[in-house]
Write a protein that binds this ligand. Structure first.
Ligand SMILES: C[C@](O)(C(=O)O)[C@H](CC(=O)O)C(=O)O
Length: 305
């Protein structure tokens, strides 16, 4: 399988007039395994989830290129044929760093990434008070990514995100996305779309350029389902909190129960074997045996005594 194959797969879906991508946000190996097991054909690596899980920090520009690349590489290689769209924040510096980000993501098996026009001390797009770089700096970032992609002969999909809506309004956001498109970006992403009308409008104003919808429930964007997004003309929809949100609720509830009762009270089917099976237990045991190893000859299930 060639290095760019999942990027090529994603490109084909985006170029297909009937193609549509619905990608749940994942932030670590287990959440990615669960999304794959649920049958999703594209994954999204959330930067907010990476900051929260890797560093225990808020989405405030805490993750470095190395943090993000390492997490993306691990996730992308759990199922190399499944395209992974990864957050690339601001590109982590000037044009030289944006080029490094592009090359490293491509070589790590990432199929697509988004770069935005916030300042380096960025924040989650659904927080207030965002500060932006000017349009020239933004298009320089996009150009650096597009040129790097071409230089290494990768199909990695460059998604141009603008955060300009909150401070500068729709027309400026449109101008920024048009400039990014002219600089060679493959997909547009208007962060924090604030109404359904605007959803339809941004798709129309930039047609036939493919547009991504970022579905952050309880953020700045009205709740739109994957089906509705498709009907509105979006080509891709990501749900950054698809696994982080429910994980947080479940962990909180179980921890409170442990504190209260001294027990977890987990579902009976949640055995260690079941958890590890989600994480490739059987494939690993098979691999060992096929190589002539005998470590798991007796299996891994508990024997009745
Ligand atoms: C898409 C995003 O960049 C992410 O990190 O997943 C975030 C999501 C969030 O924190 O609400 C963003 O929209 O900025």
């Amino acid at each position: 399988m060639s290095l760019s194959s999942s990027a090529t797969t994603l490109r084909k879906i985006i170029e297909d007039p009937n193609g549509f991508v619905c990608a749940p946000g994942v932030y670590d190996g287990l959440s990615a395994r669960l999304a794959l097991a649920a049958g999703f054909e594209t994954l999204y690596m959330t930067g907010a989830g990476t900051a929260a899980s890797v560093h225990g920090h808020a989405d405030l520009g805490v993750c470095t290129l190395n943090d993000m690349r390492a997490n993306a590489e691990m996730i992308a290689n759990l199922s190399p044929s499944t395209p992974l769209i990864a957050d690339a924040d601001t590109g982590y510096g000037g044009p030289i760093m944006v080029a490094r980000t592009t090359e490293q993501y491509a070589r790590s098996g990432v199929a697509a990434f988004h770069i935005e026009d916030q300042v380096q001390t960025k924040r989650c797009g659904h927080l207030g008070g965002k500060q932006l770089v000017d349009i020239t700096t933004y298009t320089t970032r996009i150009r650096a990514a597009v040129q790097a992609r071409k230089r290494i002969g990768s199909d990695i999909v460059v998604i141009a995100r603008t955060d300009a809506l909150q401070s500068f309004g729709y027309e400026e956001s449109l101008a920024r996305l048009r400039a990014a498109r002219d600089a060679g970006a493959d997909v547009g992403f208007l962060e924090g779309v604030s109404s359904r009308e605007m959803c339809a409008q941004v798709v129309r104003d930039l047609a036939p350029w493919p547009i991504l919808l970022n579905m952050v429930e309880h953020g700045s964007t009205p709740t739109v389902s994957a089906q509705e997004a498709k009907e509105l003309g979006f080509k891709l929809i990501i749900f950054p909190f698809a696994t982080l949100g429910p994980a947080m609720t479940a962990m909180r509830e179980t921890l409170a129960k442990l504190k209260r009762t001294g027990l977890l009270g987990l579902d009976p089917e949640l055995t260690p074997q079941m958890l590890f099976r989600v994480c490739g237990l059987d494939e690993s045991v098979k691999l060992d045996a096929e190589a002539g190893g005998a470590a798991f000859d007796g299996g891994v299930d508990l024997q009745e005594k």
